[in-house]
Design a protein around this ligand. Structure first.
Ligand code: AMP
Length: 113
């Protein structure tokens, strides 16, 4: 089970965010330290540490997070974007509550660092 994190505090309203979307399943908001001109996160309200913490029962949840992120991209008229999920410290995860990064507005390199 996920521990209290900055994102669980955003969900509870303890910490403010620049909200882009909220429904009963998820919240989307701008990243506080953007790594591209457009950088927002979509997080589930359900406590999940990362993708590795998800179960088969989360199939609709995971689809919902991606589709909400896509709808925001369409509203912002984004043509190209990168989606990232970091899973574990070595991959770059710093907040241990599942989140999908959506980045756009500059050329992206591959492979990622
Ligand atoms: P990760 O490194 O994949 O765990 O990503 C965590 C992301 O959360 C980073 O890009 C941070 O800049 C972002 N972040 C941390 N605290 C906040 C906050 N209070 N509001 C918005 N984004 C945040």
């Amino acid at each position: 089970m996920a521990q209290q994190t900055v994102f669980s505090k955003i969900i509870s309203g303890e910490i403010e965010c620049q909200k882009l979307h909220e429904d009963k399943i998820c919240i989307a908001f701008n990243d506080i330290e953007p790594q591209a001109p457009i950088h927002y996160l979509v997080i589930p309200k359900k406590p999940r540490i990362n993708l590795l913490d998800c179960e088969n029962e989360d199939i609709n949840l995971l689809g919902h997070l991606l589709l909400v992120g896509k709808e925001i991209a369409i509203k912002k008229d984004l043509k190209d974007l990168r989606t990232v999920i970091n899973n574990g410290s070595e991959s770059g995860q710093t907040v241990f509550h599942l989140h999908i990064h959506f980045l756009s507005g500059r050329p992206m390199k591959w492979p990622p660092g």
